[in-house]
Design a protein around this ligand. Structure first.
Ligand SMILES: *Cc1c(COP(=O)(O)O)cnc(C)c1O
Length: 384
């Protein structure tokens, strides 16, 4: 099956017993054991639940993996993946990682002596892989500065050194990018974002290709218990069915907005991998089938960023991304507030940086809202 069909028919897409076209919500914690030592394959819903399993098979199919695991949030998925490591191990990370991922490394796993180190230049990655390094954890495009990292190159260096490559694929979704097919070992998602797509649930996923790694992650999922509930699993399956049409529209709108804003005299810089002058444009084209729906931009110094975000009406000012509605975020005080200020400023997450998750509304309405807010923030009136 090709990818649009797989989103709808992948995994377990119907109910064998009744023919229902949607997977039932098995709202149960336990299962009757018919005889001593005999069960249906389900014993207890932390270990396995048919609704969650349908989602897990679906996500494995659409990411090109063999096993998928559903968790209560993206960070629960990431925390399960990080639990594969032990005291003394070090994980290499990108310099603009999702704030929550940085926080869990910096303030939780560090307590167990699982260390991290930032990679500033991926061209010199191999030199940074010393004996204690056991994995490299990347996001591409990164959040919020949309740097592109070459997944194939990173995975092949990692493989040659015998360490794992972990890719947070939240920004692209499996519709646009499949890191496992490019050589990565583990893919994680905040399914709260594009996969769910409707800002109505919090969920996380981890997907692997290797059977042994799959067994280890299943053990951790059951042992630590951060599973996704049956109803949320159902909602996520429902969201995934329309992923392709939503992503196409997100991207159409994001390209339009990025193109217009790059001509604005009120804006210093626009970050969007779909722009030809983006340094990662060519790598992005080679490893993903699109550019996604998130753009970031820097307001001119004389504009007031607080008045800008407060001036938005159609675009919701709030955390998160990937929903059908456009969302604006102020990374320095919101998603990336957990990064030390010095690191934030060094990499470009300044106070004037705004990130927009471009929704699927009419693109002209989104642009008009931004232009109105630019004027309220002290910008010049202009025709784009
Ligand atoms: C939101 C997000 C997360 C965390 O996911 P939650 O579902 O909020 O726990 C991780 N990575 C990226 C890239 C995100 O955008």
């Amino acid at each position: 099956m090709k990818k649009n069909s797989l989103l709808i028919h992948g995994g377990i897409s119907t109910d064998e017993k009744t023919g229902a076209v949607n997977v039932p919500i098995y709202q149960t914690s336990t299962y009757k054991q018919s005889k001593f030592g005999e069960n249906t394959g389900y014993e207890y819903s932390r270990t396995g639940n048919p609704t969650r399993e349908a989602l897990e098979k679906l996500i494995a199919d659409i990411e090109g993996g063999t096993r998928g695991f559903a968790f209560a949030s993206g960070l629960a998925a990431i925390s399960a993946v990080l639990s594969l490591f032990k005291s003394g191990d070090k994980i290499l990370i990108t310099n603009n990682l999702y704030g929550g991922t940085f926080r869990i490394l910096n303030q939780v796993f560090s307590n167990f002596n699982i260390k991290y180190e930032i990679v500033d230049d991926f061209d010199k990655l191999d030199k940074q892989i010393k004996d204690d390094v056991k994995a490299v954890f990347i996001e591409t495009p990164t959040n919020p500065l949309l740097d592109v990292i070459d997944i194939k190159k990173v995975s092949s260096i990692a493989k040659s050194k015998g360490i794992l490559t972990i890719v947070d694929n939240t920004f692209m979704s499996p519709y646009l990018q499949n890191p496992l097919l490019l050589g990565a070992d583990i893919v994680v998602h905040s399914a709260t974002k594009y996969l769910g797509g409707h800002s109505d649930l919090v969920a996380g996923l981890a997907i692997v290709k290797d059977e042994e790694l799959g067994e280890k992650l299943h053990f951790i999922q059951n042992a630590t218990g951060g599973i996704l509930q049956p109803f949320d699993s159902f909602l996520l399956i429902r969201g995934i069915k329309t992923l392709s049409v939503r992503m196409d529209r997100h991207e159409e709108n994001a390209r339009f907005i990025a193109d217009k804003l790059s001509r604005s005299t009120n804006i210093k810089k626009v970050y969007y991998t779909g722009l030809k002058n983006h340094p990662g444009h060519e790598i992005q084209k080679s490893q993903a089938s699109g550019f996604g729906g998130v753009i970031s931009f820097v307001l001119n110094d004389d504009l007031n960023f607080k008045r800008f975000v407060e001036g938005l009406e159609l675009i919701t000012f709030g955390e998160s991304l990937g929903g059908v509605e456009s969302l604006a975020c102020h990374p320095a005080s919101m998603t990336h507030a957990t990064l030390p200020k010095e690191l934030r400023e060094r990499i470009g997450i300044t106070d004037n940086l705004i990130r927009i998750s471009v929704g699927i509304e009419d693109k002209e309405d989104i642009l008009e809202d931004i232009q109105k807010a630019l004027i309220l923030a002290g910008g010049k009136d202009e025709i784009l």
